[in-house]
Design a protein around this ligand. Structure first.
Ligand code: THU
Length: 133
């Protein structure tokens, strides 16, 4: 991915965070998931009065993409006010499709706080191959 493409993806993630529905935590999260073909699926966190029903931005982006037929991903940008890190559930769901996904955590100024590979965030993760007999 070029620097320009990454800048666009960062803007997409920050834009998605603006649409977060967060009346409880007030913590806006935006995610922009990129495919090798150049498609981008953005998501924001959507909270619920029944708190555990809340869904994270990363999983919104992922399920949007998979439900549109995408299964191959190369990069995700996650945007928060403090460059926060994806939760364990999101790491696991992303790992299913892309253990080598590039994960870039940014703040709302676009500053990069972390840039690395999903398998380093979910060491020795459980995936589809673990179910092969
Ligand atoms: N959140 C995300 O959207 N992604 C994460 O990976 C971490 C947490 C959301 C869920 C909730 O709406 C808020 O951040 C506070 O936990």
């Amino acid at each position: 991915m070029t620097d320009d493409q990454l800048s666009t993806l960062i803007k997409d993630a920050i834009g998605a965070a603006e649409r977060a529905y967060v009346p409880y935590s007030h913590y806006h999260v935006g995610a922009a998931l990129h495919t090798p073909d150049g498609a981008v699926y953005a998501g924001c966190n959507v909270e619920n009065a029944a708190y555990p029903a809340t869904i994270c931005a990363e999983r919104v982006a992922l399920v949007k993409a998979v439900s549109e037929g995408e299964r191959t991903f190369d990069t995700i940008v996650v945007a928060t006010n403090n460059g926060g890190s994806p939760c364990g559930l999101c790491r696991q769901m992303l790992y299913e499709f892309a253990p080598k996904l590039r994960v870039v955590m940014v703040d709302f100024e676009g500053a990069v706080h972390w840039d690395g590979v999903l398998s380093d965030l979910l060491l020795n993760g459980f995936g589809p191959t673990d179910l092969e007999t």
